[in-house]
Write a protein that binds this ligand. Structure first.
Ligand SMILES: O=C(O)CCC(=O)C(=O)O
Length: 244
């Protein structure tokens, strides 16, 4: 079973709400996965343009969130079920795990907006909470191209109020003196954080796309706290700590 989550990483998650797993996957793995993802991301971009440039929190030529990738592609599903994810999630969450949500997030060069501070639970509050968000860098994420930042300790006060803005939900001022910790990541590295940890991503000032694949794993079953319903049609990862 790999990787083994160290005592230090566990206490970072508990205290700060996040930790980093460096170089979990090879650059070859990331190149292959990116190719598969780009088929869907490009199609989504084309649809965005046809729809006038925006849909939900995606904006053509700025930022696109392309969801349900593992549900549509066998190779991406196989990636989301890799033993690395079994190891991480069973150690941190428990024995029965599902892939709750998965999406790519591509930030276009010279986009001029941050993606605002939020908790993932702010978009859909669920129980049990928190679940785990694994933010995987498909290419190098840097402070120049809009890597994420996290606010250490912000997970400790539960679900914060979020206000709707034109570019996404927001739970923390973008002009507060404490703007958290930037988390640059090499391709193939992961930021592991809790669904209650405040995070945002920066402006992409580079001349290339910043590409990420976000995998969110939760205990099974998972309830939508707005509707009270069990969230159906998720991809099972483990039962009794064994991959399924
Ligand atoms: O990758 C990004 O730019 C931000 C994505 C994010 O925070 C999210 O999807 O929750």
């Amino acid at each position: 079973m790999h990787p083994i989550i160290t005592t230090e990483q566990r206490s970072q998650l508990q205290e700060n709400g996040y930790f980093i797993l460096e170089n979990l996957f090879s650059t070859e793995d990331m190149a292959e996965l990116t190719l598969r993802i780009e088929t869907f991301q490009k199609r989504h971009e084309e649809e965005l343009v046809k729809k006038g440039g925006t849909e939900g929190i995606s904006r053509a030529d700025e930022i696109s969130f392309t969801a349900f990738l593992a549900e549509q592609d066998e190779a991406i599903a196989a990636f989301a079920k890799r033993s690395e994810f079994v190891a991480i999630t069973t150690q941190l969450l428990g024995a029965d795990i599902d892939l709750y949500w998965n999406q790519s997030v591509f930030k276009a060069p010279e986009g001029n907006k941050e993606f605002p501070w939020h908790q993932d639970d702010g978009y859909t509050p669920v129980s049990p909470s928190p679940y785990l968000t694994l933010w995987l860098a498909l290419n190098d994420a840097t402070t120049e191209n809009g890597c994420i930042s996290v606010l250490p300790g912000s997970h400790k006060s539960g679900l914060a109020p979020h206000e709707q803005t034109p570019i996404g939900l927001n739970c923390y001022p973008s002009d507060a003196p404490n703007q958290g910790v930037p988390v640059p990541l090499k391709a193939g590295s992961i930021a592991v954080f809790l669904s209650l940890t405040f995070h945002k991503s920066g402006v992409n000032r580079s001349n290339g796309y910043r590409k990420a694949y976000i995998l969110q794993y939760s205990q099974s079953p998972l309830k939508n706290m707005r509707t009270g319903e069990i969230i159906a049609n998720r991809i099972p990862l483990t039962r009794n700590s064994v991959a399924v």
